[in-house]
Design a protein around this ligand. Structure first.
Ligand SMILES: CC(C)(COP(=O)(O)OP(=O)(O)OC[C@H]1O[C@@H](n2cnc3c(N)ncnc32)[C@H](O)[C@@H]1OP(=O)(O)O)[C@@H](O)C(=O)NCCC(=O)NCCS
Length: 153
């Protein structure tokens, strides 16, 4: 069973390292420790027995009613054990608690999001996301990714 927990300051280096491991392939966006600090309350993590971060994901607010699942990453030797699914579920609970009406994500992992009850939606549903991507050269591959959304309200 994946145990999802809140993140604390001691997790930031581990979160950034895990997230950034997948950035060169364009699977995640490169993040800084500043981002980790700024979003500490938005991160959920899974730790191994020694406290090392083996999974992470965060909510990123777009508007008072919409949030995105970002920085979803599970270490390679822990994949396929349900951690990804548990992190998405936990962020969905957090999003409901905060009162967002809609949750979305942009990902290559179709099955993961469809299994979690998300549905495909055109990226054009989220113009601000497209604008943000436009500022990040490493995300030029975004056209190959799919956009998923789930209505919470
Ligand atoms: C995507 C990722 C977070 C999934 O984490 P995970 O812990 O392996 O996922 P889970 O074990 O919860 O798997 C959930 C479902 O996803 C799918 N899935 C997971 N890993 C998969 C893989 N390697 N290949 C194909 N499907 C996979 C399966 O459908 C699985 O369903 P099942 O439990 O019925 O078999 C992980 O593979 C990862 O970190 N990838 C690199 C970074 C990345 O792509 N992040 C996504 C950015 S949005």
């Amino acid at each position: 069973m994946s145990r999802v927990q809140r993140a604390n300051e001691n997790d930031i280096a581990g979160i950034v390292a895990l997230n950034n491991k997948y950035a060169p392939q364009g699977l995640t966006l490169k993040r800084t420790e500043e981002f980790g600090y700024a979003h500490l309350a938005d991160f959920r993590v899974i730790r191994d027995a020694d406290g090392a971060i083996v999974g992470c994901a965060a909510l990123d607010e777009y508007s008072p009613s919409v949030a995105e699942v970002v920085s979803l990453a599970v270490s390679q030797d822990e994949q396929g054990l349900g951690h990804g699914k548990a992190l998405i579920k936990s962020l969905e609970q957090l999003a409901r608690k905060r009162g967002y009406a809609e949750l979305f994500s942009v990902s290559f992992s179709d099955e993961l999001f469809l299994d979690a009850g998300f549905e495909h939606t055109p990226l054009t549903t989220y113009p601000e996301k497209i604008a943000r991507y436009g500022k990040i050269a490493s995300e030029l591959k975004v056209g190959e990714k799919h956009c998923f959304m789930k209505r919470l309200a």
